[in-house]
Design a protein around this ligand. Structure first.
Ligand SMILES: [Zn+2]
Length: 482
């Protein structure tokens, strides 16, 4: 069997300052491409004796909507690769599900529809989505099966891809006939699967997948900072040819997640409360502080200074902070060299949500041209230039030239910063940091700062999504059948 695999993936924050332009994309082409999917795909192909054609795989760090010509160029190159590979027996598309480009509020829906037009009605199309997706009618119209990650942090990306492979190949061989039912939960939120009750809800979905006739269960959390008509949380169930069974399970699980809504929200600390806790620390493992509103993984600028300024104001030292995306500060440090002492202006540059720049007297401790960090078991990912500067107040700051959130402890240790004896480690990330940092933390604090990704879900200023959604309204079901 000949299987075509390709994808274009980013998460678009429609409220972000900057567009996602050509320079933001990393593009892998063909078998020598080197994307994270490659070893997984090779293993699966070897195992099943299938021929795989790897088409264009492109990814970009989240930011504002992708420039129209950039999206169209990537899409048309992907489709040309598919045309050249025809005839194929199945198509697998690892996508994100919350990508917006100028003129395209639903890039994935557009892409899948065009893939369908190339392969015709008989070739199964399997789509893998990030759980922070907007599952749309258009995507479902053209895809045979859609599967989202179940875990946040997304530690199951590879496992879900294997599941998608298995079901799509079975469909191509005529052994299953996937049908899908969706339940719109009419909710906005963030659901950490590292703790209860979400841990059990993930197990519940897995248990339903073992029921007769059920092929796959997904809970798409949605991406609240994407202002598109179909934004929000959804449950969907794929069964083998039984739409009623799919609808019953989607409704049942949808009601269950609704009933948990007051227990599943992220527990945030205010910045003053978090600083109080840091001041009270005397010894032991560090407190890990998540700067959730400045998470580049959701389109934030990763240069906000609210926590840094708070630490300086209170005179709290022995803290590591990262990663500040500050190209100017990095260049100044590169020019000065390791060991130099200088006055450095850090952060607060990319927009109002970045806060004010902070002026520090620093020593440059390390500079790496090819800094990288480990990402959720998928191997190292580039951070560009990595620079460690320390202050006399005992702050160790990591500057990076690629705007990326914190995933791995090696973002710090790779430059020489020891984390074990720190009072605190501040990470610019909402939740993906948790997999690597929780084991070394005495506790994890999710701190609400005035950054771009504020968790005030009731007041996100939507213009395209309707406002009948929890928690903006207490009962979003008025006038809608649940
Ligand atoms: Zn995600």
């Amino acid at each position: 069997m000949k299987i075509f695999i390709a994808g274009i993936a980013t998460e678009t924050n429609t409220f972000a300052m900057a567009p996602t332009g050509a320079g933001a994309w990393t593009v892998y082409r063909g078998p020598a491409g080197g994307s994270a999917w490659q070893p997984i795909v090779e293993r699966l192909a070897l195992h099943g004796g299938h021929e795989v054609v790897l088409g264009l795989l492109a990814e970009a760090h989240p930011d504002g909507p992708t420039v129209r010509a950039v999206y169209e160029h990537l899409r048309d190159e992907l489709l040309a690769g598919l045309q050249a590979a025809m005839p194929v027996h199945a198509v697998l598309l690892p996508l994100h599900g919350a990508m917006v480009a100028d003129g395209y509020p639903d890039c994935e829906g557009d892409l899948i529809a065009r893939v369908r037009a190339v392969v015709g009605p008989a070739v199964p199309i399997g789509v893998e989505l990030d759980l922070h997706c907007h599952l749309t009618h258009k995507m479902l119209q053209s895809a045979d099966i859609v599967i989202a990650y179940k875990e946040y942090p997304h530690t199951d990306m590879a496992a879900r891809f294997e599941e998608l492979w298995r079901i799509t190949v079975a469909a191509a061989e005529g052994r299953v006939r996937p049908v899908t039912a969706v339940h719109d939960a009419r909710m906005l939120g963030f659901w950490h699967t590292t703790r209860e009750p979400m841990k059990s809800f993930v197990q519940r979905m897995q248990a339903v997948e073992r029921e007769p006739g059920v092929l796959s269960v997904s809970f798409g959390h949605g991406f609240p900072w994407g202002d598109v008509p179909e934004a929000g949380a959804k449950v969907w169930v794929v069964t083998d040819g039984d739409p009623d069974l799919a609808a019953r399970w989607a409704l049942t699980l949808g009601r269950e997640i609704w009933s948990l809504r007051h227990q599943t929200g992220a527990r945030q600390s205010s910045l003053p409360a978090a600083l109080d806790q840091l001041q009270a620390w005397h010894a032991g493992p560090p407190i890990v502080v998540a700067d959730i509103a400045d998470n580049a993984g959701g389109g934030a600028s990763s240069d906000s200074t609210f926590i840094l300024a708070g630490l300086l104001e209170r005179g709290i030292g022995n803290v590591a902070l990262g990663g500040f995306y500050d190209l100017g500060a990095i260049q100044v440090c590169r020019d000065a060299g390791v060991g130099a002492r200088l006055n450095l202006r850090v952060g607060g540059k990319l927009g109002p949500a970045s806060g004010h720049p902070v002026d520090l007297a620093v020593t440059v401790r390390a500079i790496r041209a090819d800094h990288a960090q480990s990402v959720l078991g998928l191997g190292p990912r580039a951070c560009g230039w990595g620079v460690w500067v320390s202050t006399d107040e005992g702050l160790d700051i990591v500057l990076i030239s690629e705007r990326t959130q914190v995933f791995g402890t090696d973002l710090y240790t790779g430059l020489g910063i020891e984390l074990g004896r720190k009072r605190a480690v501040v990470v610019k990330s909402s939740q993906h940091f948790h997999a690597a940092f929780a084991p070394l933390a005495s506790q994890v604090l999710y701190v609400e700062t005035p950054g771009l990704l504020r968790s005030d879900f009731a007041h996100i200023p939507y213009r395209h999504r309707d406002l009948e959604v929890w928690p903006r309204v207490e009962d979003p079901w008025q006038g809608h059948a649940p």
